[in-house]
Design a protein around this ligand. Structure first.
Ligand code: UDP
Length: 239
């Protein structure tokens, strides 16, 4: 039932449905993981079959950003809604707080996850922060053990793509958490180090442009967006 965009299968869910599904994993046996690919990650998957496999093996694949929505529409198989990773994370924490669930924050530079934890504890009253760890470690085993002994229900894995997707696929079950979410640079945003675009830009599908203006060093990465649209148009012609 997934919608294929250049080899990546997206779940065609609204934000509410994605959150319902995410929360349902907390009471299901086993480990689950969520990925939120944007056009840059889809392009990466075209070049890296291992990454594509890790993305497509996720329990939920959510369309982060307007580019994916446009791509799916051009291909004639529209997706219903954009489900940005950071908004999915916010919705999940609102629901987790109501149930006093616990969250482990993994990733970003030293100090960032701790700063994010402080903000999130205040913002989502009732949410338990089980622990934090920065994303620049050599050895996986002690980190996995730290998460396991924290008893966290959910882990936000913010190591950048495709590292976070590989990490969740390989280590998810051993962490004992029921849900892991790959969320890129979200901890930097929660900690207040990186600002999201103002609402106007987001609502008009221009968040990428805002990020480019405020952080021009992203230009190289952003060139993947026009490339993605070219590949979508080529794919459309083949259909
Ligand atoms: N990161 C990390 N470990 C690494 C490489 C990256 O923890 O080995 C973090 C990095 O500090 C940043 C996040 O992963 O917080 C990736 O951010 P990026 O802006 O690339 O993600 P996006 O949101 O664009 O997917």
């Amino acid at each position: 039932m997934r919608i294929d965009v250049l080899g990546v299968g997206f779940d065609n869910l609204t934000m509410t449905e994605a959150l319902d599904q995410g929360m349902s994993f907390l009471d299901s046996p086993g480990s689950h993981y969520v990925v939120t690919p944007n056009p840059e990650i889809v392009e990466l998957c075209r070049e890296n079959p291992e990454a594509k496999q890790a993305v497509n093996s996720a329990d939920l694949v959510l369309p982060d950003g307007i580019g994916i929505i446009k791509g799916a529409a051009i291909l004639g198989t529209p997706l219903r809604d954009r489900v940005p990773g950071i908004e999915f994370a916010a919705g999940l924490m609102t629901r987790m707080a109501k149930q006093n669930r616990s969250l482990f924050l993994l990733g970003a530079k030293p100090g960032v996850a701790d700063a994010a934890a402080k903000v999130l504890k205040e913002r989502y009253f009732g949410l338990k922060i089980a622990g934090t760890h920065d994303g620049y470690f050599q050895d996986d085993a002690p980190v996995v053990e730290e998460i396991r002994s924290s008893g966290a229900d959910v882990v936000f894995v913010c190591l950048g793509a495709p590292k976070q997707e590989f990490w969740m696929r390989t280590h998810g079950p051993a962490t004992g958490a029921h849900l892991l979410c790959g969320l890129g640079g979200s901890l930097d945003v929660f900690a207040g180090n990186v600002k999201r675009a103002p609402k106007f830009w987001c609502e008009h599908g221009l968040e990428w442009f805002y990020r480019l203006c405020t952080n021009p060093s992203r230009l190289g990465r952003m060139m993947k967006l026009p490339l993605f649209l070219i590949h979508v148009k080529q794919e459309k012609r083949k259909k």
